[in-house]
Design a binder for this molecule. Structure first.
Ligand code: SF4
Length: 389
């Protein structure tokens, strides 16, 4: 007699346990994600070039029943909609039951943050009316107001790209709070398309335009990396120019300027040492992301911290141009600490201070590996500093 196959997860034979666990964690972290089906096909989409297996991939939408399952068990309240940490995410408004999902969350009083990410390519008048009625805030990834340029970047049909660009008029008309996200490309900057996009956007009622910094991994092909390889300095210079010229709010750049990062690191370390005075006398090893490696020594000096060493941690798993703490994995920390201990002539540190941004609410990295693994491996106390993802 043939035995019935055992279900891989509590709700569906079609969802392996690791994917179930990843969705559970995203809901626990307040990320409302609905699966990874997308009507765009951005040539630079990070989901295509991430190291395999690190971020989980369902390759379909969650059903409404599955969304209710995860929400009722694991979701306290929604921090953000349409983006995720442990799973690849898709286009929220493409979900056939997007309106029911919103209504369900409103009825359950779980829609606290109301911040939606969308590519705007399925954004209908009905969706915009729902946002108007519930006071939601929208973050629209536009990248270019030229429909052909946008289609070349983001794929999808001409009609859908037109819909995204034209949604600006509808959002203005219905008084929805919204901001626009731009993924800058080398060709768009050089051709003047990027400046023209800011010029057009300055005539709309959006709150601000945010730059999503081009990122690529070690697996991204060279021709894509070249398009994304814009330095922070040239982007800051460009943003200063359009801000002055078009009087447009360019706040919330994805990579803050050095002075903002300096302030953030100073605040985080001041808080840490005033709340944990016992750390002052310990031998400390600061493990930092490459993005703050030039800032941290200045902050530590300014705060008069003694008995320390600093080790920048390279992203080995993602590689490419990844420098932020949010994409550092336990595996990266272990490599960096091993290297430090091998080369350092100083006594072993008593405590290691690591950025909290590398870990979620459960102190797990993006691949769902717990920070405890670092403690178990080196038998050194670990303290996380700053905010979580
Ligand atoms: S809209 Fe986002 S998820 Fe969809 S293809 Fe583009 S980058 Fe990827």
């Amino acid at each position: 007699m043939q035995m019935a196959k055992k279900s891989n997860s509590p709700i569906s034979m079609h969802m392996p346990r690791d994917i179930y666990r990843a969705y559970k964690k995203d809901f626990q972290n307040g990320n409302l994600t609905i699966g990874n089906v997308c009507n765009a096909d951005c040539f630079f989409c990070s989901q295509k070039w991430n190291p395999p297996g690190v971020i989980k991939d369902l390759r379909r939408f969650l059903t409404l029943q599955e969304i209710k399952h995860f929400s009722s068990r694991y979701l306290n309240y929604v921090r953000v909609v349409g983006t995720a940490v442990h799973v690849n995410s898709g286009e929220f408004f493409l979900h056939p039951q997007a309106a029911e999902i919103i209504n369900y969350l409103v009825a359950e009083k779980k829609l606290r943050s109301k911040h939606f990410f969308t590519n705007g390519m399925g954004l209908s008048k009905e969706h915009i009316k729902i946002m108007e009625n519930t006071g939601m805030e929208l973050s629209l990834t536009l990248s270019s107001v030229n429909i052909n340029t946008r289609k070349g970047m983001m794929g999808g049909s001409y009609v859908n790209n037109k819909m995204a660009v034209e949604s600006l008029e509808l959002l203005d008309k219905y008084g929805v709070n919204y901001s626009v996200v731009i993924i800058p490309l080398r060709s768009n900057l050089d051709s003047g398309d990027l400046e023209n996009t800011y010029k057009v956007l300055s005539k709309h009622k959006l709150q601000y335009v945010a730059i999503s910094r081009p990122g690529y991994t070690k697996l991204t092909p060279a021709y894509i990396a070249e398009e994304l390889a814009l330095s922070n300095e040239e982007m800051w210079e460009f943003l200063d120019m359009v801000e002055k010229k078009y009087k447009i709010n360019v706040s919330l750049p994805y990579v803050p300027k050095p002075e903002m990062r300096y302030e953030y690191v100073t605040d985080a370390l001041s808080d840490l040492f005033s709340n944990s005075a016992h750390l002052i006398k310990k031998r400390k090893l600061f493990l930092c992301a490459e993005s703050v490696k030039d800032i941290l020594p200045k902050v530590v000096k300014k705060l008069g911290i003694e008995k320390y060493d600093i080790k920048p941690v390279k992203s080995k798993v993602f590689g490419g141009n990844i420098e932020c703490a949010g994409l550092l994995l336990v595996e990266d920390y272990i490599c960096a600490i091993e290297e430090y201990l091998r080369k350092s002539k100083k006594p072993k540190p008593e405590v290691m201070i690591i950025p909290r941004q590398s870990f979620d609410i459960n102190m797990e990295d993006i691949s769902m590996t717990h920070a405890q693994k670092i403690i178990d491996r080196f038998k050194i106390k670990v303290v996380a500093v700053g905010h979580y993802l």
